[in-house]
Design a protein around this ligand. Structure first.
Ligand SMILES: [Zn+2]
Length: 383
């Protein structure tokens, strides 16, 4: 699948490990992340700051100006970075990174993430033996807050649950009606998460939707839901019920945002994006966004966290429900396209399957599904 190539080195190791560390609380905030294959250092910088980067042997010097800052030191303790230091003098700043690699072209990258979404301007330094070139020097989306990088004071964790469809849009109809089942399961998930101390925000908690109200169409409805996945929240989980022509298909699958690997998956994204010409148009636009994100390393980093969330949910769902495991996939679902926080879409089963569809109508089975989703989310939040 093309997306995998774009994600390149990031994915494999990120499934296993990721670590954000904040340096002391003095400004500017510095966070670094290492996944085994590369190390990323992110520092807040004034909006007007520009930088130049020069490497010599195992040392990378980055000069920033204007930049006023007290000296900070950090031990890298990653496979790529031994230590770093940031000092300020005469209105400019100098970040010195001692790496464990003899730096050559392509082994480090310094780029700017413009301020936005309430986040400051940031300078990002990537160091690794095999960094892929950034596809474009165009401004990259400001983003990718992660659970651990945002929790210096251990705030309450907040999860957004999105019961698919609602109101005038029933979603898939078979042995159960999708909008009813997704709401019921979401409310059960909310109960479990709330009991575990997690704050839950619902995109809807009754049989209504934005769609059809005050001229809000399908895209507008999906946008309103997606907007609830703001950066002060830790995860976004959209819950759906699958359907197919015929009654053979069954099983559970969890999606993150990305380009569909095949036509069948693309068709499913079109259905969930509103179906018909609306769904096709929204999906085509989402596909373009998915392509542009391939060159955005921070979006990819967030995608790797989404994949981790998806894996946790999928594993726990299968373990609880004993349903057929259709795996973790990616597709152009509009509602999870905004890569600000880890976001996934779960298809909890097929309403069209004579056994699974009926199961989805029972409280006992829905409770198992809810438990699987909630445990997956909790496992992710505790990582
Ligand atoms: Zn749906």
């Amino acid at each position: 699948m093309p997306f995998a190539r774009g994600l390149g080195i990031l994915f494999a190791a990120l499934l296993l490990a990721g670590l954000f560390v904040s340096a002391d609380s003095a400004a500017p905030r510095i966070a670094y992340h290492s996944d085994g294959d590369f190390t990323r250092i992110v520092l807040d910088a004034p909006n007007s700051a520009s930088f130049t980067a020069v490497s010599s042997g195992k040392t990378l010097n980055i000069r920033l100006e204007p930049f006023g800052v007290a000296q900070q030191n950090g031990t890298g303790d990653t496979p790529q970075v031994a230590a770093w230091q940031l000092e300020g003098a005469g209105g400019h700043g100098l970040m010195t990174v001692q790496t464990r690699l003899e730096l050559k072209a392509g082994m480090y990258k310094v780029f700017n993430l413009p301020a936005g979404d309430g986040l400051p301007n940031r300078v990002v330094v990537d160091i690794g033996a095999n960094l892929e070139p950034v596809a474009s020097a165009a401004p990259v989306k400001p983003v990718a807050q992660t659970v651990s990088s945002r929790t210096p004071q251990k705030p309450r964790l907040t999860v957004v649950l999105d019961p698919g469809h609602g109101g005038i849009d029933p979603g898939a109809v078979g042995f159960v009606t999708e909008k009813v089942t997704t709401l019921d399961v979401s409310l059960k998930v909310r109960a479990i998460l709330t009991a575990a101390g997690v704050t839950v925000k619902m995109t809807r908690s009754g049989d209504y939707a934005w769609q059809g109200v005050g001229g809000c169409d399908k895209r507008c409805d999906l946008d309103k839901r997606a907007d609830m996945g703001s950066t002060d929240r830790n995860a976004f989980v959209s819950i759906h019920v699958n359907s197919t022509i015929g009654n053979k298909a069954q099983g559970i699958e969890t999606y993150l945002f990305g380009r569909s690997p095949d036509g069948e998956t693309l068709s499913q994204a079109e259905r969930e994006n509103g179906g018909g010409s609306v769904g096709k148009a929204i999906t085509a636009q989402a596909r373009g966004i998915a392509s542009s994100l391939l060159g955005d390393q921070l979006a990819q980093l967030n995608a790797s966290f989404s994949r981790r969330l998806a894996n946790g949910i999928q594993v726990n769902l299968i373990s609880q429900s004993k349903a057929v495991n259709l795996g973790v996939k990616q597709a152009e679902f509009w509602v999870i396209r905004k890569p600000r926080i880890p976001a996934v879409l779960v298809e909890i089963g097929f309403t069209t399957h004579p056994v699974e569809g009926r199961n989805l109508g029972t409280q006992a089975y829905k409770q198992k599904i809810a438990l699987g989703i909630a445990r997956g989310i909790l496992a992710f939040l505790r990582q």
